[in-house]
Design a protein around this ligand. Sequence first.
Ligand SMILES: [Zn+2]
Length: 122
Amino acid sequence: MNRCPHCNADPCLPLWRKLALGPSSHARCQVCGFRVGVDVDKALLAMAPSFLLIVVAAFRIVTDPVFLVLAGVTCLCVSGVLYVAWVPLMPDELSNASMVEAGRARIAAEKQAASERTERAP
Ligand SMILES: [Zn+2]
């Protein structure tokens, strides 16, 4: 579920970067450089357990602070797992096969140049 919709690289983002993607934000694939976002509907559904707990706490349906803290940690873990395993990445800009190939070549050249710079540094 961390597959780039442009170049099919898997993973195309570090896990923490995918977790930090909101419904309206985007990141650049580390392999081809094109922008990716998340499926908004699934991202909001993945956060539903945490939203539900906030509603429960706000309306004082449950007031035990120990239960609320434990339920909050559990809901955040469930939301995180759902976000990583169930929410797919979506293209956030248009691309085609030749653009993706050019992007992959550019990123690979940049990484090669960066590694040569670090090898030359004393
Ligand atoms: Zn990509």
